[in-house]
Design a protein around this ligand. Sequence first.
Ligand code: HGY
Ligand code: MN
Ligand code: MN
Length: 404
Amino acid sequence: MIQIERVSKRLNEVNRIGFDAETGGLNRFSFTKEEQQAIDLVTQYMQQAGMSVSIDAIGNVIGQMGQGEETIMLGSHIDTVPDGGRFDGLLGVISAIEVAQSLSENQVAFNKVLKVVAFKDEEGTRFGFGLIGSKAMAGLLTEEHLQMTDADGVSIAEAMQSFDLSPARIKEAEIQPIAAYLELHIEQGKVLESAGLPVGIVTGIAGPLWLELTIEGLREHAGATPMDMRQDALTGASEIIVEIEKMMQQHMPAVATVGKLHVEPNGVNVIPGKVVFTIDLRDIDEQLIAKYEQNILQMAQTIADRRQLKLTYRELQRVKPAQADPAIQQCLAAQIEKRDMPAHYLVSGAGHDAMFLAQKAPMGMLFVRSKDGISHNPLEYTSLEDIEIATHILYDTTVALLTK
Ligand code: HGY
Ligand code: MN
Ligand code: MN
């Protein structure tokens, strides 16, 4: 019913864009020429699938086919983390287009609208917070968000304008509630591999809270300043960062990660005067996230006070955890069990566009196995055999949703 060779060919074609031969990683960031090249290819594929294609006010790429009162939406993203993998996001878009094209080729009749979306900037690599396209579709992106800037000081608003998108019109990207949203994504963890299963059903998605902490001390001479007379921003930040790890090891399965750190002036013989670093804090329970956030900030303030350092912080993003719709979970389970496989349920630690679409539709996610659970890494891998199984299940579930 689906053509796995076509899926493989399209994955390889798009993954030639932004490919770094040195690292083996992919670099496709929002509002760049690499992303535009990928958008051009995805647009072609959607058209080949028999879809009409439009770009909404924030830059989401939307393929559409069928008529009717209700809309079923499939989607994911085509942007990457720095030196990212070949499957994160892109697999969900290519497999969704394959479902649409197979429905056309198999002449499946349905009286609903089917949409396939490649969401803008899910990863947040360039501007410091992500899920921009799905946030806009949920009606939660504001013009204030568009003032966030990249490392070169370019704001989202300016980047939009360079791609003929008007920041003043982002509210037009909001959609009315739809009948269902379904996303296929690599698991990015080790659960399915440990269970020896190719696919799993997502029950809920942990919500990421991203904070940026700034520690300011006193920039001084590395040679002339005694060890007991320093206000060293980097050793202060380091103590806080190690303490975050210790604290959150007591609260698993919650997770906290310091992924970005900037030191000023970053000189061998200068005591760092300023350090800026990010915290990515996640749990499936919103109250627990707020509690851990308070605990971390209190600890950081205590350490900063003791070291005569100044602590300031800002929130980069706070996304509600999302629950998957039970009926869609059941529908996925039926298609999986039809293939004599057990329905395996799991929570997603990774964030997805589905979190925001859950505010506009009953949401479902299908995970496909990640080799060694590796992701956000050039070594990210999912076998074509698993992709074929997952795409068939996505197809069957979509048919069930379109024809019920
Ligand atoms: O950060 C995430 O969980 C996703 O990869 N954007
Ligand atoms: Mn990702
Ligand atoms: Mn992703």
